[in-house]
Ligand binder design. Structure first.
Ligand SMILES: NC(=O)c1ccc[n+]([C@@H]2O[C@H](COP(=O)([O-])OP(=O)(O)OC[C@H]3O[C@@H](n4cnc5c(N)ncnc54)[C@H](OP(=O)(O)O)[C@@H]3O)[C@@H](O)[C@H]2O)c1
Length: 291
């Protein structure tokens, strides 16, 4: 079968790399795959992917190379031997902004156009409208790779600062883990009298959805550094009721360790004279540069 779609190489066939390569195949791209544990390529090869015997062979097969490995060290291990001259490298491996910048310098020394990315999806979401993927780095690399990248989900290009995608990715994951911490704590508490978690979960979902707009309201307050206008739930009140979270957890024999740090910050800020404000000002206390 012939196709006018560009060939893409995918390095790394863990849960995510397999989903990426599968989506490319479904969209009609010729795909070459390589994975350290070769057997993980079998199902993709059965669907038409070409199996490369080495990373060098995989890189040679396509102008655009997508890497999705465990961490940046494993990407270095796999690509360390070079062979990237003239290629466009799209690294969708999770990492820090500093790692992305360091890697971009290394890629430039290899003669490689480099795009860093962060996948905001779990593997079953890849190729569906629910997925979005953050990119930053070379604009030319983004434009060149985009027809293939759009297969994964919505492509969100954040600019030439190569560290921006990783920073945004980690900030989004931070929000997610904060929510997960709250859900874990909440389920521990709600089930402490023997009630099934499934009875409680629909109420929790409803409440979290009702509070979902808070991030944007907080962002507006933070950008203006005005924490005192339009306050509907002042910090003093929230700090006092937050103590009841600890007391209830104690009464019910549940640890409140996941939320304890937030309680400390709220009490401290209220004691510092900000009790009439919203709790958004805590962002200032978290920022070490206090800018
Ligand atoms: N899964 C998710 O929900 C999700 C969501 C967003 C982003 N991500 C990111 O996507 C990346 C891959 O995640 P995943 O879920 O695919 O992980 P995974 O299923 O654990 O797969 C890890 C992959 O890295 C390879 N690998 C690890 N160390 C290596 C080394 N030293 N040399 C060569 N290959 C090595 C593994 O090869 P072997 O098969 O040989 O072990 C495998 O292909 C991670 O950075 C992750 O943070 C994942």
């Amino acid at each position: 079968m012939t196709t006018d779609k560009p060939s893409i190489t995918v390095l790394g066939l863990g849960a995510m790399g397999t989903a990426l390569a599968g989506a490319l195949l479904s969209a009609g791209h010729p795909v070459t795959v390589w994975n350290r544990t070769a057997a993980k390529a079998d199902a993709l090869v059965a669907r038409g992917a070409a199996r490369a015997a080495s990373p060098a062979e995989a890189v040679a097969a396509s102008p655009v190379v997508v890497a999705c490995l465990l961490d940046y060290d494993s990407v270095r291990d796999v690509l360390g031997a070079g062979h990237l001259q003239g290629r466009t490298l799209v690294n969708l491996t999770n990492g820090t902004p500093g790692q992305a910048r360091e890697f971009a310098e290394w890629a430039a020394c290899q003669g490689t156009d480099y795009l860093d990315g962060g996948i905001m999806a779990v593997p079953p979401m890849i190729g569906t409208p629910a997925a979005f993927v953050l990119y930053s780095g070379s604009r030319a690399a983004f434009d060149r790779a985009r027809p293939a990248l759009d297969v994964f989900g919505e492509s969100v290009y954040l600019g030439e600062d190569v560290g921006r995608a990783a920073l945004t990715d980690i900030a989004l994951l931070t929000g997610m883990y904060g929510m997960i911490a709250g859900v874990l704590q909440s389920l521990a508490l709600a089930t402490s009298d023997g009630a099934p978690a499934t009875d409680f979960a629909p109420l929790l979902t409803r409440w979290l959805q009702a509070m979902g707009g808070w991030a944007e309201a907080a962002a507006k307050q933070f950008d203006s550094r005005d924490y005192a206008t339009g306050v509907v739930s002042n910090l003093g009140m929230q700090a006092a009721s937050f103590d009841n979270l600890h007391r209830t957890a104690d009464e019910q024999g549940v640890s409140s360790e996941l939320l304890a740090p937030l309680g400390r910050l709220m009490r401290q800020r209220a004691a510092d004279g900000h009790g009439h404000e919203d709790l958004t000002g805590i962002i200032d206390d978290l920022r070490k540069d206090n800018a």
